[in-house]
Design a protein around this ligand. Sequence first.
Ligand SMILES: NC(=O)c1ccc[n+]([C@@H]2O[C@H](COP(=O)([O-])OP(=O)(O)OC[C@H]3O[C@@H](n4cnc5c(N)ncnc54)[C@H](OP(=O)(O)O)[C@@H]3O)[C@@H](O)[C@H]2O)c1
Length: 393
Amino acid sequence: MKIAILGYGTVGRGTYDIIQARQKDFESLGGIQVAKVLMLEKEVDQCGLDPDLICTDYQEILEDDTITCVVEVTGAKDQGFLFMKEAIERKKHLVTANKAVVSQHLEELTGLANRYGVHFFYEAAVGGGIPLISPLKAQAKINTIDSIEGIFNGTCNYILSKMLDQGLPYGEALEKAQDLGYAEADPTDDVEGFDTLRKLVIVASLALGFPVLEEDVALEGISSIKVSDMDYLKDHDLKIKLLASFKKDGDDYGLIVEPALIGRNHPLYGIDGATNAASLHGNFVDQLTFIGPGAGKYPTGNAVVCDIMDLCRLKEEKINFTKRLKGSQNDIKAPYYVSLDSDQNLPKDWIDWEESVDGGKRIRTKEISRDALVGTIENLRKEGADIFFARIQ
Ligand SMILES: NC(=O)c1ccc[n+]([C@@H]2O[C@H](COP(=O)([O-])OP(=O)(O)OC[C@H]3O[C@@H](n4cnc5c(N)ncnc54)[C@H](OP(=O)(O)O)[C@@H]3O)[C@@H](O)[C@H]2O)c1
């Protein structure tokens, strides 16, 4: 199989290196050959690749009928989507790691791939190096998947682990994550939960069998957490995680990305640092948990190469996003941990436990409606309140 890699950055280089290193092992699959690498003009001099491989004009790749698979790893949103669409329309199989595009255009790209008779794989888009998409597709065929919980953002998990283990304030833990290359200079996508949300959209769509929308997901990031919140966790032997949660109950389902307090019996309790993990529950298979590196040149390149190998075997069944449930996104009811200033209040009948701390107070609520809680918190935030909340699992 002759492939073209679009984008020669972290994942593009990882993919290229692995394919080169394992040439002999791919012979039994008919061989995998990188025919072209698309890059920007400014990258050509420094790339160190054989000049015959380098390409700066995508049309050349599209028009080369011997290239049967395009691997899109540019990270570009609009341009990346166009690259993908055009590849499929030229009847080339598509492999990508681009979660932003997959999350937003899953239905359209899947439908287009079906129409043009090609395959569309995106294993690396969720959980980096963790093989998750492929097993999830298989399990969703056999089982009703009624819950998925994931730690899908290594940056957030690293920050939360450092705050809990070393008592670092949020800002310092974020700086450490940036020094180590886990967090971008602008960390908004990670810490406000958008990156996690995109991955939840992808796995929930596969679990349900129809595409959910980014705007269906209730979202709260981690940037409002304070170091004083860690005392509560330590007192109660809990950990805090930015959890992506999908729950299905009959025809209703719920999608939330928010900080959650989890105890020792939770399958994701031991997932610390930059590691990613996902735990799903199906009616036949019961609980399955997947753990591994959520990012990185070779782990992510490895996931891309797995997709290319699957393509060579052509074992993948096509997905049709046709069914719809009759129910809808439901509100959830859960107990919450809330830390707020001393002069702010939650309704009295919500409160299960309350304690005063320096300049503020900590509250554990009874089981309450998340929509009601978020509504109240949004109003308090409009008045300038500094509030952190997390679901108690
Ligand atoms: N890094 C990871 O561990 C990881 C894990 C899971 C998923 N992903 C996903 O994989 C994708 C690639 O990530 P990455 O970390 O490899 O990004 P990256 O290191 O920034 O690499 C992307 C490369 O593509 C180039 N590029 C951008 N637009 C292009 C265009 N129109 N034509 C040709 N080249 C173009 C970029 O150049 P400029 O830098 O000049 O823009 C850069 O060299 C993203 O969608 C990301 O979300 C990454």
